[in-house]
Write a protein that binds this ligand. Sequence first.
Ligand code: GCV
Length: 717
Amino acid sequence: MKISNLFVLIGILFISLQPGCIQREAGQNGAELWFSQMKAAGEVPVNHPKSIYVPEQSVTFDIIRKELENGLNTLFNTTILFSSEVEERTVVVGTADQEIIREKIDSTELQALGDDGFIIRADSTSGILLIAGNTDKAVLYGCWHYMRLLQTSDSSLQSINITEKPSYQRRILNHWDNLDRTVERGYAGYSIWKWDELPSVISPRYEQYARANASIGINGTVLNNVNANPDILTKEYLEKVKVLADIFRPYGIKVYLSVNFSSPKELGGLENSDPLNDQVKVWWNDKADEIYALIPDFGGFLVKANSEGLPGPQDYGRTHADGANMLADALAPHNGIVMWRAFVYNPDGDDRAKQAYKEFVPLDGQFHKNVIIQVKNGPIDFQPREPFSPLFGAMKHTTLMPELQITQEYLGFSDHLVYLGTLFEESLDADTYVDGRNSTVASITNGEMFNDSITAIAGVANIGDDANWCGHHFAQSSWYAFGRLAWNCDLSAKTIANEWLKQTFSHDEDFLASMTTTMMQSREAVVNYMTPIGLHHLMGWGHHYGPEPWCEVPGARPDWLPTYYHKADTFGIGFDRSSTGSQAVLQYAEPLRSIYDNPATCPEMYLLWFHHLPWDYVLHNGNTLWQELCYRYSNGVDRVKVFQNNWDSMKGKVDAQRFEEVQAKLAIQVKEAIWWRDACLLYFQTFSGMEIPHELDRPAHELDELKKLKFDMTHHN
Ligand code: GCV
């Protein structure tokens, strides 16, 4: 080695041993999520807090002390000490058990906060800052919020006075993680739950997971796949689950499990799992007792029944209500709940989009109080865009919760940059009109309209054991957005994107402006290059990744094939769900029903969802349907190229590792957006027989060549 190189090596070693550098290095692989850029938004105020007063004792308060100490010292770049006395510029943190909190905050105000709400208030008379709630976890939420504001708020927090109460009581992640550690529709590696090592070996990821979720208000997690293996309820697995529950508890996170409806038969050896069979009831009651003996605050069960081949009460001629109520009765003495999924459809049934409504609405009012029906945002299945599920608002005597998908099953896996905050916002803000204007999906499910005793929202997690948790650095933003919207459904997707970028990447103004725009446009881009104007379900069989609008599988269920959905023919394209077609429009309340029913008034984003229209149908902008399809597909591709350019110009503004990794993913996305555009346009062109407008890019592929492509899942896990 040349001597000069030796000096460089020593220099590098020296630099990398500095504590600050170690932290920066760790931040570069994305493992630190939205904690990687702890930095105050503006100048550190001269009168920043001087001390922290946190006298209460509990494991949660230990976490609060640790997080505040680290957080505030980093944010203010100073040393703020704990004090045993309150003086000017002290941050006073605690519950109403503390005299000073009771003295400074009115008891009615505190009571109104419920279990999770908090107050952050600068007390002008004493010069102290209060962070208060009724429970330890509420105070933890308050502390996280205070630190988030310090990092992201444009205004000075000198006279801060805010009260926050979550929109939903239960803010839950659903993991589709199997016991063998594969993750159904997971694109970030294997499951983070190392079942084979539990209960003895504890991965540090478990606590990091709890911390990340608590920081954005998530307070529940369903650990295993809804396609549930009965084994999760064995003693062996429950002991592993207990360990996770114990780690999550101080962070305010409850554990739930997906259960297989046939468990009494499969595990208990009973003759059947009929919900009206007394032995079956006893089996579930005993199982509930066993679970609660291990995990006293266990949240409850999530159930996928009589759906996609899974067992359920209908196997015994019983209803969904019979099944859900039987489980609910077993959990009720322990305050547990049942989340019963409405994701049901039958291959030989009516239009798939209508089926959940047809099965569940007749059961309205029959579910017990601790049952909540979990409904996917749209009537089919997490497509890039769907209208809202008509079940929302149609079951006025039943508690409903929305299920959103954070993992990008139909949106390019973890290869495409697609920020889902906008999709979640659109889904929650959708106006159902069931009780006049502003009967939004959010207000129907968060207790505002129906005063439900339980309110909940679920997001299908995109988390795996990849270093950066989610496979794509930007996919972390959708997890973050789910948590923030579950906490406050009135937040805008843009505010959330901006918050996330500041905490995760940089405070640089150009970076923020450019990447906020990219994130905000990213979902519309994917809609355009995959399924514009209301098209849906054009993806390939099984993998759900690339385009296969032509897909035919001998003997397959028709409702798993794209042709069932796009119905392209020489006349035109689209699924006729109008009043003269499948009549799915009739499941929506007026005036939406009439609006959707008429192609002239139907929002163009849902046009081919509700109508089968001729290729030369003229849209409001004067384009024919065929031309508009061509423009939309091309626009989707062009957008992604702009995202790629935007990101390239961010070089130097973010660390090298994440810069290069995102850059590499964008290169894939550009190629695949072109793949989608070409596959769909060339295939649909065989029906329309029309030319692609001359000013648009020509397809880069031949249709035959695309049809031969075989997709390899192996590199996508
Ligand atoms: C967990 C779709 C997905 C399945 C998923 C199912 C569900 O069909 O492709 O992987 O199963 O939805 O939500 O139950």
